[in-house]
Design a protein around this ligand. Structure first.
Ligand code: AMP
Length: 279
């Protein structure tokens, strides 16, 4: 596996693969890899001849009081995991490489960028869209792999790719969970054992909504109430949002149908967790 830190070198390695007629897959990450990330890498390996993974803790997508400084970093371990999986290229640019002094351009998917996590984390999705747009241009992948875990991010990036005519297929992979249902996340590392248990209310509340929907309940308000009530049972959890929305526009739905996105964000202690399900 080739480790690349400079944009120029990354471009030439990726162009060489493309010129050689090889399909190129990109898996963008912020590192501290877990099985969720690895599932994307496996999918890319299965579908593409060359797989490039990026690890970049993108300051542009963190708010001023968020966890940029303490975000878990484990490059050596990540490197070994990716090498073991057979990834071909690992791109690890520095902040100065990605955002040299004077860089002024941002990508804003208007409307979508202020929905869901974008509402709670102003500027977050502008940071995501900007860095992913840059990565798409640096790598020019045939396919790029993202997790359904970040459902709003998927909607945002699909829209960005359409609006900017980007020549990339966005592949969305299912949420990988721990055995007890907790969606895997690098931020789960912040949870102490007690919080780790408390965090289960997110997936539990989604399961209850899924069961209610299967039982015939389609009223979005009632489904949200079922989910919110479950979160409220756990005093250590503080609800950020519970929404029933269209998976593409992220606009609220009053009636849920098959394919409707139900998404939740909640704080457990100082850790903000997200989870979702598609009905
Ligand atoms: P991150 O490093 O958190 O930016 O995540 C990088 C990619 O991995 C994103 O596309 C995430 O949606 C995806 N991802 C994170 N957690 C999971 C999970 N539990 N299951 C599937 N994909 C995930």
């Amino acid at each position: 596996m080739r480790l690349i830190e400079s944009i120029a070198e990354m471009k030439s390695a990726c162009r060489a693969a493309t010129l050689a007629g090889k399909t190129l897959g990109l898996v963008p990450t912020m590192g501290a890899l877990h099985e969720g990330h690895l599932s994307l890498v496996r999918e890319s390996r299965a579908q593409c001849e060359v797989t490039a993974v990026s690890i970049f803790v993108n300051p542009l997508q963190f708010g001023p009081n968020e966890d940029l400084e303490k975000y878990p970093r484990s490059l050596e371990r990540d490197y070994e995991m990716l090498r073991g999986l057979g990834a071909d290229i690992l791109f690890v640019p520095s902040v100065a490489e990605m955002y040299p002094p004077g860089a002024k351009t941002i990508v804003d998917v208007i409307d979508l960028s202020s929905k869901l996590d974008g509402g709670s984390r102003p500027g977050h999705f502008r940071g995501v869209a900007t860095v992913v747009c840059k990565l798409f241009e640096i790598v020019r992948p045939d396919r790029a792999y993202f997790g359904q875990k970040d459902a709003a991010q998927v909607a945002l990036l699909r829209k960005m790719a359409r609006d900017l005519d980007l020549d990339v297929e966005i592949v969305v992979c299912t949420i990988v969970r721990e055995a007890d249902g907790l969606a895997m996340s690098s931020r789960n590392a912040y949870l102490n054992p007690q919080q780790r248990q408390q965090a289960l209310v997110l997936s539990r509340s989604l399961q209850q909504i899924t069961a209610a929907f299967a039982g015939g309940e389609t009223d979005a308000g009632k489904l949200i109430e079922i989910g919110s009530r479950t979160i409220a049972v756990e005093p250590a959890a503080k609800l950020d949002y519970y929404v029933v929305v269209d998976p593409d526009t992220l606009e609220p739905r009053t009636q849920a149908t098959r394919g409707t996105l139900v998404a939740v964000a909640a704080w457990v202690g100082t850790t903000r967790l997200i989870d979702n399900t598609v009905l």
